[in-house]
Design a protein around this ligand. Structure first.
Ligand code: GLU
Length: 483
């Protein structure tokens, strides 16, 4: 197989990258990288009614974010471009012409009203809805006259009768279709644009695609494609149809039950490493216990043979846990960089924090967060003094005597010089002893005073990160504020 592997991701530009699309792109990319092949991005924009401005750029951005870079495609010309179908209209027209000449396709002048009428009648008779081939009976002369009269037409594929069309899918195994169930598919629309079916076959052939890897929803199109390959006398690429993505209730993954756009996950703060790892496991498994993968490990281990047929359930909890895992795999320095980006997008944008300070926050919090934004949301007290105090914690831990106790404690803190974490601890123990109370009493009070909340990293860590001055200031404020 070595150098001849050429695969493609062929999205229609809808304005965003669907997670299912990300999976298709990823599997193609992994397969190409693993086999020293080429990964091609082809934009299938022949449905002009669905055209969305800026959609191609968004798609490329999302792929790039995920770390999926293509070898040939828009802005990366190879020998078989252009890679945007709307720029290849002449190519499709030539091929349709060839099919017309060989009697494999025919002009159809039926108006949409007539087709609609036909459809209704067939439905009423409960027969399969298929074009009734009225225009197949037109003579050469009639066709010429119609064209001269500028009657709009489409070109249809002439599906041969009584044929069993079989092929072997790498994922689904042997698959068979009966040609009698297939409609005379439109290949060229009246606007001169090809349909998906014609364009996909022509392009996969001309772009020398060796393996077609795509979602299962395209499986039912395969017989039409196989016939087109036959009509043209072309070799059929290998095919692998990936299992459907399902909601947890086993319905088809839909917008209604959550986000489907990669951009939404990115904006919510998911790490690309986590999303890629997650999507990789939607339909594939390595056959081992391993479920944490870097892109390199995926390239190393991926194979189409281990893609399964059954639908893959999209489990958000799994994605969240992968996010936490991948976040923890990052070094403090990497997290520092992401945290700074996140701060720049937060309400603390413009406020300066020294790297050294932020690194301490990272160390204290890294085992406690799932998302980078949790650093800011769960421990905002590292970025500003508490503006309110948690009511439950207040009711539980702030007693009439707390103010006095904390005053004694601050007196002890004030004696410390360049205190380290341990020094706060010693001072607190000393105060508790003096007051003849348990350490816990003081700990809860101080925690509430300096953070406004009851959970978080160790108290002495927070104290030493905030520093003596800031901590004491916050304790005084709390004594003033909490009554
Ligand atoms: N343009 C199709 C899509 O939007 C591509 C299907 C295929 O890969 O053949 O997914």
């Amino acid at each position: 197989m070595a150098s001849s592997v050429r695969v493609r991701f062929a999205p229609s530009p809808t304005g965003y990258l669907h997670v299912g699309g990300l999976r298709t792109a990823l599997y193609n990319f992994l397969f190409a990288r693993k086999n020293n092949g080429k990964f091609i991005l082809r934009i299938e924009d022949t449905d002009r009614a669905r055209y969305v401005d800026g959609a191609v750029e968004k798609l490329i951005d999302a792929l790039h974010w995920a770390g999926i870079d293509y070898d040939e495609g828009p802005n990366k010309n190879g020998d078989v471009g252009p890679y945007i179908q709307s720029e290849r209209l002449e190519i499709y027209r030539k091929h349709v012409e060839q099919l017309l000449q060989n009697g494999k396709a025919y002009h159809c002048f039926c108006a949409s009203e007539r087709l609609e009428q036909m459809r209704k009648e067939m439905e009423a008779k409960k027969v399969d809805v298929k074009y009734d081939r009225t225009c197949l009976k037109l003579s050469e002369q009639e066709i010429q006259n119609n064209i001269e009269k500028k009657i709009p037409f489409v070109v249809r594929m002439k599906i041969p009768e009584h044929r069993t069309i079989a092929f072997h899918d790498i994922v689904r195994g042997d698959v068979e279709f009966q040609s009698d169930l297939i409609d005379d598919q439109v290949l060229l629309k009246s606007d001169g644009f090809p349909t998906y079916h014609l364009a996909v076959v022509v392009d996969d052939h001309l772009m020398e695609i060796s393996h077609v890897i795509r979602g299962e929803e395209w499986l039912s199109s395969v017989p039409k494609h196989l016939l087109l390959y036959e009509f043209f006398g072309w070799e059929v690429p290998q095919m692998a149809h990936l299992p459907l993505l399902l909601n947890p209730d086993k319905s088809k993954l839909s917008k209604r039950q959550g986000d489907v756009a990669v951009e939404d996950y990115r904006d919510k703060g998911y790490l690309k490493e986590a999303l890629v790892n997650f999507v990789a496991l939607l339909g594939w498994n390595p056959g081992t216990e391993q479920d944490i993968f870097s892109m390199e490990e995926l390239i190393e281990q991926f194979s189409l043979e281990r893609v399964h047929k059954s639908g893959a359930v999209f489990n958000l909890e799994k994605l969240n846990s992968l996010n936490a895992t991948h976040l923890r795999k990052k070094s403090d320095e990497e997290l520092l960089k992401i945290l700074k980006d996140e701060l720049a997008k937060s309400k603390f944008a413009g406020k300066h924090f020294a790297d050294e300070y932020l690194l301490q926050v990272v160390t204290a919090m890294r085992e406690r967060v799932t998302f980078v934004k949790d650093f800011i949301e769960q421990s905002s007290y590292f970025f500003e003094a508490p503006t309110a105090y948690d009511e439950t914690a207040k009711a539980k831990n702030w007693k009439p005597e707390t103010s006095y106790q904390l005053k004694l404690l601050t007196a002890e803190f004030s004696k410390l010089e360049n205190p380290k974490k341990e020094d706060y601890e010693i001072a607190l123990h000393k105060t508790a002893q003096q007051l003849q109370i348990g350490n816990g009493k003081l700990i809860h009070g101080v925690r509430l005073a300096i953070s406004g909340v009851s959970g978080g990293p160790g108290l002495y860590d927070i104290l030493s990160i905030l520093g003596k001055e800031e901590s004491m200031k916050r304790i005084y404020t709390a004594i003033e504020t909490i009554k």
